[in-house]
Design a protein around this ligand. Sequence first.
Ligand code: ADE
Length: 265
Amino acid sequence: MRLDIFSIFPEYLSPLDLSLIGKARQEGLIDLSVHDLRDFTHDRHRTVDDTPYGGGAGMVMRPEPWGEALAHLMASGEPGAVPHLLIPGPGGVRFTQAMAHELAVEPWLAFACGRYEGIDERVIEEAEAMMPVTVVSVGDYVLGGGEVAALVMVEAIARLVPGVIGNADSLVEESHEDGLLEYPVYTKPPLWRGRGIPDVLLSGHHAQIARWRRDERLKRTALRRPDMIERLDLADLDTRDREVLAHLGLKDVDQFPADPSAVAD
Ligand code: ADE
């Protein structure tokens, strides 16, 4: 996968030299380049921003450097190759694990990291005439710029690229993969500061362990993310799932008594 990131703070993207992604780059699984937007300016001050038409607070990124950066991006690809441009912004569509999966199979992604109050809207129109463009938000809060959001998205996407994570099994049963949060995990020592681990995990009984983990996922999701429980499809839930949720007073409450104490830990 090829990735190009444009920013006025290229150093902000330096964590991409480290850990999983740093290794994937060294191994050639990911071809990632970070570009300084100011390299596409021509004035002495390398200006990238100006005051907003119509007035208002803050500054807006001027279109000219972005126009040149996008032209440079397009010209750098194989003939006929077109990147999918992602523009991080709090006003974008919500980035999700499902989107990460869709993007992880694309051959070429580019990120245009804006700062200040955003990028002149004509840049987005111009880009849309050349390539698929998606404005993406990583959450309902406002960051100082697109760089941290790009880091978030690149990490979520890159770890799904085949080969980046050695053991692909670790990608299943993760939070947000199937509408449930992940189950609690434990490692050695078996007793730590007086705290043990659930007996079932030492039982060697794989079916019981799987069931316990599923129960924990349901309970944790109900507690922390009731909105995710609302989105579950009842058709995907087995009888025991329905019991667990019913005992928590959620989903199918008519069918099962709402008695949380009846669900064994
Ligand atoms: N830039 C500023 N806030 C952002 C957010 N929430 N998501 C993506 N990019 C942003």
